[in-house]
Design a protein around this ligand. Structure first.
Ligand SMILES: [Zn+2]
Length: 413
């Protein structure tokens, strides 16, 4: 932890610690807050008093305590503020709004593959979708904390937020700089796997983990590496590009331009290419790639051709997971994304045993390989958590600093 140089820094840190507990732990007493944060009762009371004055926290009834008088509970004022998450994926934009109790208040999906759009048109789509979910959230008078945007690529964490996404043809597109002028409130851009990893870390299958990896398996393949309870980013924020780990020397061509990458064996199109070559069963009319993969996985129990495709997938994924186990020694690996969430229990068992075959024995013994708990919405939720995470780092002030704006009464429908 960095040295806290001034009393202002200390106040900010205390405030963040108390709010963090309230935002993720729900209603609790001042005494329990003091125990959870390690702060004194007097400090907690002062911080909670400030938060109540600002309308961020409310008293919420009382709980019985053994022996003494009932303790007053406090909790966040759920409808005081809103965070918006934008999942800018390869199929389109999923935009969702969340209140301070992390209840989804509104959502929309716009089918526009970003790679097919001029940047200016993309910006227009994002701005309209954000306006729509804010208007639909039903929280007139609340404060819009900001908009988190997740993208399928490497994001340089500067003000310009340059995105490198070969799948979309973006090589340094300054998404942050393009969106900031048209967005209400602060804009934070990050990689989709990291956004989803943060959601699983805060609310899902990686909750409370100190050393974990959340693997996003979908059209693209990536990972969020959690170390010491925080996301690991590396020197230029590209850490976790696990899908581009070479697993076959001079193997299949990958979208990144290299050959033999993990993504070229376990990404959605790689699975379907193998399935088509194996004489795929005819797909239901209008079935999406994800639905076809779900059907393939289900068929593996009874159809030898589907079984062979599933087995090849499990072995390649197992090799990729062994790399994560050997490099990071996590105690938990969470498999999520459109493919990860559709593994059948049998296929998950096969993936685990393939990983065991390829990993070092000692680190493998202590790792649990589980599926994500939050569903595919986790990316938009994770994008919204980026905003709250950034605010917590700065003490979570809602002052009139021009960055956070009140949602107009007229916005409520
Ligand atoms: Zn690659």
């Amino acid at each position: 932890m960095p040295a806290l140089s001034t009393s202002r820094d200390l106040r900010r840190a205390n405030r963040s610690a108390v709010l963090r507990e309230l935002l993720f732990g729900g209603q609790t007493s001042r005494l329990a807050l003091a125990e959870a944060t390690g702060l004194s009762n007097a400090t907690v009371s002062a911080v909670v008093g400030d938060l109540i004055d600002e309308g961020l926290v409310r008293e919420a009834g009382a709980e019985e305590s053994s022996g003494g008088r009932p303790r007053t509970l406090v909790g966040v004022a759920a409808d005081r503020a809103l965070a918006v998450g934008v999942d800018l994926g390869e199929r389109g934009l999923r935009v969702e709004s969340f209140d301070l109790a992390w209840q989804k208040r509104s959502a929309t999906f716009v089918e526009v593959p970003p790679g097919s759009l001029e940047p200016a048109d993309l910006v227009g789509h994002v701005a309209r979708a954000v306006d729509a979910v804010v208007a639909d959230a039903g929280v007139a008078g609340a404060t819009l904390l900001g908009v988190g945007v997740s993208v399928p690529g490497v994001v340089e964490r500067t003000d310009r937020a340059e995105v490198h996404a070969p799948g979309l043809g973006w090589d340094g597109l300054p998404v942050g700089e393009l969106l900031a002028p048209v967005m209400p409130g602060a804009v934070i851009v990050d990689n989709g796997a990291k956004a989803m990893g943060q959601a699983e870390l805060w609310f899902g299958a990686a909750r409370g983990a100190s050393d974990a990896v959340v693997a996003l398996l979908g059209i693209g393949v990536g990972a969020a590496i959690v170390t010491g309870g925080r996301l690991y980013r590396g020197s230029r924020s590209s850490a976790g590009e696990w899908g581009h780990t070479p697993i076959v020397v001079d193997g299949n061509l990958c979208r990144c331009g290299s050959r033999g990458c993990l993504e070229a064996y376990v990404g959605e199109s790689a699975i379907l290419r193998r399935w088509d070559a194996a004489g795929a069963a005819p797909a239901r009319d209008g079935a999406t790639d994800t639905e076809r993969i779900e059907a393939l996985f289900a068929l593996a129990a009874s159809d030898p051709a589907a079984d062979a495709v599933a087995e090849a997938f499990a072995r390649h994924l197992g090799a990729g997971l062994a790399t994560l186990v050997n490099l990071f020694n996590p105690d938990r690996i969470v498999l999520a994304g459109s493919v990860g969430l559709r593994l059948t229990p049998d296929l998950l068992a096969r993936v685990r045993s393939a990983a065991e075959r390829y990993a070092l024995r000692q680190p493998f013994e202590s790792v649990q390989i589980v599926q994500g708990r939050l569903g595919e919405d986790a990316v938009a939720l994770g994008a919204a958590t980026l905003v709250v995470d950034a605010l917590l780092a700065s003490g979570f002030t809602l002052g009139p600093d021009g960055e956070r704006i009140a949602i107009a009464a007229g916005a409520a429908r």
